[in-house]
Design a binder for this molecule. Sequence first.
Ligand SMILES: Nc1nc2c(ncn2[C@@H]2O[C@H](COP(=O)(O)OP(=O)(O)OP(=O)(O)O)[C@@H](O)[C@H]2O)c(=O)[nH]1
Ligand SMILES: [Mg+2]
Length: 502
Amino acid sequence: MPKFRRTSDVDDIDDPLTKALAPPPNETPAEREIRLAAEAEAQRRSDAIDEEINRQRIADRKAPKCVRVLLLVLKGALGIGKSTTLKNFQLINSPKAFRTERASWRAVVQLNVVRSIRTILDAMADAQAQVSPASPVSPLDLSRSPSPTPPPDLPTLTPEHLRLKMRLLPLQQVEEALLRRLTPAGSAEFEATHLSPLTNLPYSLRVGTVHREIAVNSTAQWKGAFTRLMSTTRSSFESGRDIDFEDPNDPGVILHACSDDMVRLWHDPTIKKLLKAQKIRLEDMAGFFLDSLERVTALRYVPTDDDILRARLKTLGVSEHRFKLKAGGYFCNLVSHDWRVFDVGGARSLVSAWASYFDDMDAIIFLAPISCFDQVVLVEDPSVNRLEDSILLWKSVVSNPLLQSTETVLFLNKIDIFKAKLVSGIKFADYVISYGNRPNDFEHAANYLKKKFSALHTQCSPKPRMFYCHLTTVTDVKSTQHILGNVKDMVLRQNLMNSSLV
Ligand SMILES: Nc1nc2c(ncn2[C@@H]2O[C@H](COP(=O)(O)OP(=O)(O)OP(=O)(O)O)[C@@H](O)[C@H]2O)c(=O)[nH]1
Ligand SMILES: [Mg+2]
């Protein structure tokens, strides 16, 4: 029988916890009084939190069963559309509340614009570096590879391009000002919000650094902080009435001053060629507003619903959103139901860990970004194709016995980008070899993927269940609301069937 060390064997003085909690030596009576008061306050707060958790638990037990939906995407991939799907739920549920947050979203759109321009400026810096390497390689330094010869298709930048680039440098200040506005003072809520300074690193090495995106832990908190910040001068954001357009510190002022140069840069044929040569498709990237520059950089710009759906802000961790939704169609006579939607990034390796926390969900909305068929997973495994990774995650979710009674709704998302890529000539079969020589068009490719996901669903589900699949562009409010309406009714029907009411 192995002998275990018992707590009583430990000398109290040696116990690191006791040491850490012990009052400091030579504590004065006044210091002791302050310490005891702080300890009492900490205890009071801890008790209040315990009480709130208990109260919530009792309320949850008494409340009628609510509908629980899990939104799931692959963790580590660039934005897939979870938050955008949630925004659609919010638009259905409380459009007014959604619209009162326009001021916060205005700053996010502005940041998205600045970052797209930054990507172009970085690409220009790359091109310059390739034409005139900053430091010539010493012929004796054999550890370094020779300076790269500029690719023949890389266009040459003119002095006017370089002047344009210089004139856009103030955007760096705009970026910093926006980050200050979006980051609540003293908050650890945001991760790695700053982009590196303009760099000579090749774009191919930079593009995967998703950590450089601005990120929040939960959408509610950052907006709350922003609203508090803004509400010192205004009371409501409905229709942008109360955005302080006269504020001289508004980052929008510099953005507006740079507007013509940004438009010139984006429409410049040489810059277009440069981006193409470097395989940068800004129009496929999240938070793309360069085709609406004049509108979104106007001094009195107020984001539309569509802009809010397209704005990019990365979410961290798991968040829960609660709201009431009225049933439609056949169920329209029913009272509204409480819905809880959980926003979870699922890593393939962690499915079995989180599945036990979400085994009582009524539905999982699984988002698979089919537009990423030509990209690789950079975070989990650089050698795995993103679409393949999404399919493997789908397989682990549908085969998980803990989730066998949960309805799984598949959203094959970002079909607008998927279509655009195929039309631009990118060959689906170059990445999905089994696609063979089928036509490189949307109908065939989307159908092929639907069948693949469906076959796995049938083969791997522990018990038979329906396969629900939608081709989605969740930035399109109208079509998404229609689809969510169907999902809502399906989930309610199942929910009622399970309670033997229909
Ligand atoms: N064109 C297009 N853009 C989309 C679509 N779905 C989402 N987006 C955009 O992609 C970006 C990322 O979407 P999010 O909803 O933030 O993605 P997410 O899954 O919440 O990402 P994380 O928070 O990083 O986990 C946003 O700018 C969206 O507007 C789509 O179907 N088509
Ligand atoms: Mg998100």
